[in-house]
Write a protein that binds this ligand. Structure first.
Ligand SMILES: [Zn+2]
Length: 315
C-alpha cells in the first residue's frame, strides 16, 4: 500500500508518494499562495495530491495526510490557528476532500515530522521519541507507542513554550523565558550578540565583523578556536538546551530525543557536551539501566512529508 503525504508550509507545499515503510517514490511541490486565501491553498494541495496520485492505481493509495503549521485538529478537520498561514478556524479537511476526492488526515507539521523520523529516520524501530527542531523557534513533536501525541485539540507537544527561565527573555507567545527563546538559533544569536557587546575584544566579535553577521556556524567556529567569549556563549546555550531536554525526558522518558535544524548540523560538537549536561538533570539517572539517546535527525525536510503520509496509519 502507498500513501500520499503533504507538508504545508508558509512558502511552499511539498508532497510525496510514500511506501508503508516510509520510502519516497515520487515527489512534487508548489508555492503556497497564502495571500489568495485558505480555499485557494486547499485547491493547490488537492492539485498536488492529484498530480502525485497520477499513474498509481487508486486502490493502491491507502490514504492521504497533511501536516500543517499551527493548532490542527484531526478529529474536526479544522485548523484552529496558524500564525504562518494567517488562518483561523479553517476547515482544511473539508476543503481538500472537496477538491481532491481523497479522505485526508491532519496533524501539526512538527508532530508529523516527528512521526517521519520514527518511521524512516533517526528513531526508526523506536516506540517513543521526541523531535526538537532548533530554528527560528523550537518546533517539537512527541511520538509515544508509535502514535503522535496530539492532546485533545491537536495542540499538544508545544515544548518550545515551556518556561526554562522564569522572568527571562520575552517570547512571541507572550510568556517570558520560554525554552524557544534560549534554545532556538535565534536565541543563540541573541546571547552571542549580548556577549559580543560586552567583549568587543573577542574573536567572536572580530569574526562577526569580518563575515558581516553572527550565526550558529561562526559562534561554534570561534568556540573551537578557543575564544573565551564564544566558549561561554555555547556553554550558556547548551545549559538552556539541556534544561529543556531534561524536562522533556522527565515527562516522557522517550527512547530517543533527536535534534534537527541548522544548529543540529554541528553534530557531535553540540551533542557530546549536551549529553553530559543533560544526564545529571534526569530524574533517577544514576539508577536506571536504560537511558534516553540524544541524536541528530537524519531526514531533513523529508521527515514532514513522510510523517504526513503515515498519518492515516498512526493517528
Ligand atoms: Zn513561548
Amino acid at each position: 500500500m502507498h500513501y500520499i503525504g503533504i507538508d504545508l508550509g508558509g512558502t511552499s507545499i511539498k508532497g510525496a508518494v510514500v511506501t508503508e515503510g516510509g520510502t519516497i517514490l515520487k515527489e512534487a511541490s508548489c508555492p503556497t499562495q497564502r495571500e489568495l486565501g485558505p480555499e485557494h491553498v486547499a485547491r493547490e494541495i488537492a492539485g498536488l495530491i492529484t498530480a502525485l496520485a497520477e499513474g498509481y492505481d487508486p486502490q493502491a493509495i491507502g490514504g492521504v495526510g497533511v501536516g500543517c503549521p499551527g493548532i490542527v485538529e484531526d478529529h474536526s478537520g479544522i485548523v484552529r490557528y496558524s500564525a504562518n498561514l494567517h488562518w483561523e478556524n479553517f476547515d482544511l479537511r473539508a476543503a481538500v476532500q472537496k477538491y481532491s476526492g481523497y479522505t485526508v488526515r491532519l496533524a501539526n507539521d512538527a508532530n508529523a515530522a516527528a512521526l517521519g523520523e520514527v518511521v524512516a529516520g533517526c528513531a526508526q524501530n523506536v516506540d517513543s521519541a521526541v523531535i526538537l527542531t532548533l530554528g527560528t523557534g523550537v518546533g517539537s513533536g512527541v511520538v509515544l507507542n508509535g502514535k503522535i501525541l496530539t492532546g485533545c485539540t491537536g495542540g499538544a507537544a508545544e515544548l518550545g513554550h515551556m518556561v526554562v527561565e522564569d522572568g527571562g527573555a520575552l517570547c512571541a507567545c507572550g510568556r517570558k523565558g520560554c525554552f524557544e527563546t534560549y534554545a532556538s538559533a535565534t536565541g543563540l544569536i541573541r546571547m552571542a550578540k549580548e556577549a559580543m557587546a560586552q567583549h568587543p575584544e573577542s574573536l567572536l566579535h572580530a569574526t562577526a565583523a569580518e563575515v558581516g553577521d553572527v550565526n550558529g556556524q561562526t559562534i561554534f567556529r570561534a568556540k573551537e578556536q578557543g575564544d573565551p567569549t564564544a566558549v561561554a556563549v555555547v556553554e550558556r546555550y547548551i545549559h538552556y538546551l539541556s534544561v529543556g531536554i531534561a524536562n522533556v525526558i522527565n515527562c516522557f522518558y522517550p527512547e530517543v530525543v533527536a535534534l534537527s535544524g541548522g544548529i543540529a548540523n554541528q553534530g557531535e560538537a553540540l551533542l557530546a557536551p549536551l549529553r553530559e549536561a543533560v544526564a545529571p538533570q534526569v530524574y533517577g539517572n544514576q539508577y536506571l539501566q536504560t537511558h534516553t539517546r540524544i541524536l541528530g535527525c537524519t531526514l531533513g525536510y523529508h521527515a514532514g512529508i513522510i510523517g504526513a503520509a503515515m498519518l492515516p496509519t498512526a493517528l
